[in-house]
Design a protein around this ligand. Structure first.
Ligand code: ATP
Ligand code: MG
Length: 421
């Protein structure tokens, strides 16, 4: 091991050999989102700390213990974004994009949470995030879920399962919350430390507990669907009917509350049994009150985020991108300039083949080895002798065939012919 400066714990480099899966995911999502009418936008990775406290909620794991918060030189409290929704809404409000508009937006990039690093759980990780603003649903809810289902299909990911729930209106949640508090207060001695703390601040979050010792207590707790308001029930029934019509399978999970405070009505989560403990790959929900809470005009919204590291892991081995079409072997130092010139001429031509030039010299044998490793279809060999005669030698690398010569002046057209044959 060479010495050097260590990377930050829980933050990963993605090396060239690992990029194929990332690129596949990025390409497929970009195409699919555009086909569903979603537009890309990008926001800063740093926001005012207040934004996350207000939107995600004080009594969430993220705000309580996972945020990278610091005071900058100007004295402002800033935070590295732990998720994308808050920043995207902040941007929609501060750029005056709402004003009764209906927006379908997506963004992607790194997020930061100070969690315990383990497989599938990192301190810098990447999300792709979709948000639809100005649609009260449930049609958009169904379409968004259908989009995610189609994404798994396009990526060839099959071992996934969709869980669905409705949290109702804030009023219905408040009524449920009272029942829940009363229940957990009766059993306060059986609560773990986290749950005790949440009991005062955000008791619904106790349902989200990952502690196995809490499981049976949670199983017997009052059930949210019993407290749903009529309108939310109708919204949920319509969503389910649309999903049925689209042939999308799901399970209703009354205990699914999601970790963030801002959700109302629809919440959903895609999980997989192929990744071990870190099984959530995409989750989201409706947040009709959030834009108002952040100081924008009241606008309904729904969104979801997928964890890129986990999805890339699910993709498994993805074949790397194809090598160049042409590799130029430079026979002797005196041919270097002409080789670069030839490569630029080829790149200028209408066919614009992908060309790698052997740089830094090397024996002909070494250069042929590099040409082979590059994955190129054809090798061009250019030396003093060829230059004098105004030709360049061509040798197929992937198919049987003998070395031949083509005139330098016709190289682009002749190569195009050979590459297409
Ligand atoms: P989990 O239950 O795994 O902690 P979460 O509910 O905190 O997930 P969200 O905040 O909804 O996750 O983020 C959406 C997605 O981002 C998750 O489904 C997951 O795929 C991914 N994700 C969340 N936290 C991490 C992390 N620390 N490292 C890698 N991926 C993550
Ligand atoms: Mg989490």
């Amino acid at each position: 091991m060479s010495k050097g400066i260590a990377p930050v714990r829980g933050m990963n480099d993605v090396l060239p050999g690992q990029m194929a899966g990332w690129q596949l995911l990025e390409r497929v999502t970009r195409e699919l989102f555009s086909a569903y009418g979603y537009e890309e936008m990008r926001m800063p990775v740093v926001e005012h700390t207040e934004l996350f406290k207000r939107s995600i909620g004080e009594y969430t794991d993220i705000v309580e213990k996972e945020m990278y918060t610091f005071t900058d030189i100007g004295g402002d409290s800033l935070t590295l974004r732990p998720e994308a929704t808050a920043g995207l809404l902040r941007a929609a409000i501060s750029n005056g994009m709402l004003r009764g508009a209906r927006l379908k937006l997506w963004t992607a990039g790194p997020m930061f949470r100070h969690e315990k690093p383990q497989k599938g759980r990192y301190r810098q990780f990447h999300q792709i995030d979709l948000e639809a603003l100005g649609f009260p649903g449930p049609d958009i809810d169904a379409e968004l879920i259908a989009l995610t289902a189609r994404l798994w299909k396009r990526l060839g990911i099959t071992r996934v399962r969709l869980q669905l729930n409705s949290l109702g209106t804030p009023a219905a949640r408040a009524a449920y919350r009272e029942k829940l508090v009363a229940y957990f207060q009766q059993h306060e001695s059986s609560l773990d430390v986290d749950s005790k703390r949440r009991l005062g601040g955000n008791p619904l979050r106790i349902l989200d507990s990952k502690n196995p010792d809490m499981r049976s207590l949670i199983a017997d707790a009052p059930s949210l669907p019993d407290y749903l308001d009529e309108e939310s029930k109708a919204h949920f029934a319509q969503l389910r009917a649309s999903l049925d019509a689209c042939g999308i399978e799901y399970q209703v999970n009354p205990r699914l509350v999601r970790g963030l405070d801002y959700y109302s009505r629809t919440v959903f989560e895609w999980t997989t049994d192929a990744l071990g403990a870190q099984d959530a790959i995409c989750s989201g929900g409706r947040y009709d009150g959030l834009v108002g809470l952040l100081g924008g005009e009241s606008t309904p919204g729904i969104g979801c985020a997928l964890g890129m590291e986990r999805v890339v892991e699910l993709l498994g081995a993805v074949p790397p991108a194809a090598g160049p079409q042409v590799y130029v072997i430079v026979a002797g130092e005196s041919a270097e300039r002409k080789a670069l010139e030839l490569a630029e001429t080829l790149r200028d031509s209408p066919q614009a083949p992908s060309v790698h030039v052997n740089l830094g010299g090397g024996s002909i044998k070494t250069q042929f080895r590099r040409a082979d490793q590059s994955g190129a279809t054809l090798a061009l060999i250019l030396g003093e002798a060829e230059i004098e005669r105004g030709v360049v030698a061509v040798k197929p690398l992937r198919a049987e065939g003998v070395q031949s010569e083509i005139p330098l002046a016709e190289a682009a057209v002749r190569l195009a012919g050979l590459l297409n044959s």
